[in-house]
Design a binder for this molecule. Structure first.
Ligand code: PLP
Length: 396
């Protein structure tokens, strides 16, 4: 009998690990693998943030900080969220904000604060692979609402209504989405909000970590901008990782009604305490940078997105949905699968034969798709996509 806790057998190890191990083995042998799996921007952290850390070091900013974060940072987060949610009646203040170790911990904290054993969390699929695992760790039950490419991987209000059960405690929203790049428009979110009006005990966790990364066709809309009447049952999650290219600094946050914010802080106080003091100083500087300063980076992502689109559309065997935000293509490869093969087998063959690494869709709840990140240098991205098309055309 294993000494390990039962919960360890209930969470799934990432299916990407196997592929990463294979990719690393190939790289170690000197093979040139084009890695299109990156879940992070390929830009450096802002100079302002780096300078703030140098300054913080000079000033010996090395003591514990308050559990929910330093006040200046919490106030800046509240301001940013209020700007994105102009119609809410009661504005957010620093008390509503808890700074955590990345968006991931912010989401886990929320589940720990809200879920009782057996409570269901409704997760639209395809989904970011960590959601169901964190739900299980918090003794909740993940339930999935399948969406397809025909609706740009977005659920309709009717589908949502149908999927909610008396046990549903939390609905997860993620727009722009990882892995699909879909964005809910303001009017789509408004309709989702109308459905949720009939469920006053249901919480929404809106993961807005890719807020800045969108390409203009459908502008980013914070959920509470479209459904301000749900302020008292919504947790907004965001952070510095994607929008400010600061993945390694580990700064994320929740903005929520006071009872939840206090519970999150209580939980975090006994698990990890306040986050790294230097990363908070960096984030204060990062949040003061005007949005316009990031436009060049977004434009660079947009150029790369358009280039990938042009290459992938050359193949009749790949199903391509244009991402409107984030930096991923979620592409259908069903026509290129061998009998009984799924995306894990496909990704493995692609890596072995063409030396291109992508993430199998199984990880995101969709075994006939793979995720390709375009946060990669243009020449490598172009070469990787060309090889992918060639591979798919030669399959079967
Ligand atoms: N939410 C989504 C949709 C993500 O894709 C990620 C990171 O990949 C996160 C949250 C977590 O971000 P962080 O690196 O800040 O923990």
């Amino acid at each position: 009998m294993s000494d390990l806790a039962i919960r360890m057998s209930q969470i799934t190890e990432s299916v990407t690990l196997k592929l990463n191990a294979l990719a690393n083995e190939m790289i170690a042998k000197g093979e040139k693998v084009i890695n299109l799996t990156a879940g992070e921007p390929d830009f450096n952290a802002p100079e302002e943030s780096k300078e703030a850390v140098r300054e913080a070091l000079k000033n010996n900013l090395s003591k514990y900080t308050p559990v929910p974060g330093v006040n200046e940072l919490r106030a800046l987060v509240a301001e940013k969220t209020n700007r994105q949610q102009p119609a809410i009646q009661e504005k957010w203040k620093s008390d509503h904000v808890v700074i955590s170790n990345g968006g991931k911990q912010a989401i886990f904290n929320s589940f720990m604060a809200l879920l009782n054993p057996g409570d269901e969390v409704l997760i639209p699929a395809p989904y970011w692979l960590t959601y169901p695992e964190l739900v299980k760790l918090a003794e909740g039950v993940p339930k999935f609402l399948k969406t397809t490419s025909t609706s740009d991987f977005k659920m309709t209000p009717e589908e949502l209504k149908e999927a909610i059960t008396p046990k549903t405690k939390i609905l997860i929203l993620n727009s722009p989405s990882n892995p699909t790049g879909s964005i809910y428009s303001s009017s789509e979110y408004e309709k989702i909000g109308e459905v949720l009006k009939s469920f006053p005990h249901l919480w929404v966790l809106s993961d807005e970590i890719y807020d800045r990364i969108h390409y203009g066709e459908i502008p980013f809309c914070s959920f509470l901008a479209a459904a301000p009447f749900l302020r008292d049952q919504t947790i907004t999650v965001n952070g510095m990782s994607k929008s400010a290219s600061m993945t390694g600094w580990r700064v994320g946050w929740t903005v929520s009604p006071l009872t939840v914010a206090k519970a999150i802080s209580k939980f975090q106080g006994q698990t990890t305490s306040g986050i790294n003091s230097l990363a908070q100083a960096a984030s204060i500087a990062g949040l003061k940078i005007p949005d316009q300063q990031f436009l060049e980076q977004i434009e660079s992502f947009r150029r790369r997105r358009d280039m990938v689109l042009e290459i992938l559309e050359k193949s009749g065997k790949i199903e391509v949905c244009t991402p409107r935000g984030a930096f991923y293509f979620f592409i259908g490869i069903e026509k290129a699968l061998k009998p009984a093969e799924d995306s894990v087998g496909f990704a493995q063959r692609l890596l072995e034969q063409q030396k291109v690494a992508v993430v199998p869709g199984n990880a995101f709840g969709e075994p006939r798709f793979v995720r390709l990140s375009f946060a990669t240098k243009e020449d490598l991205l172009q070469e990787g996509c060309n090889r992918l098309v060639q591979f798919v055309e030669q399959s079967i």
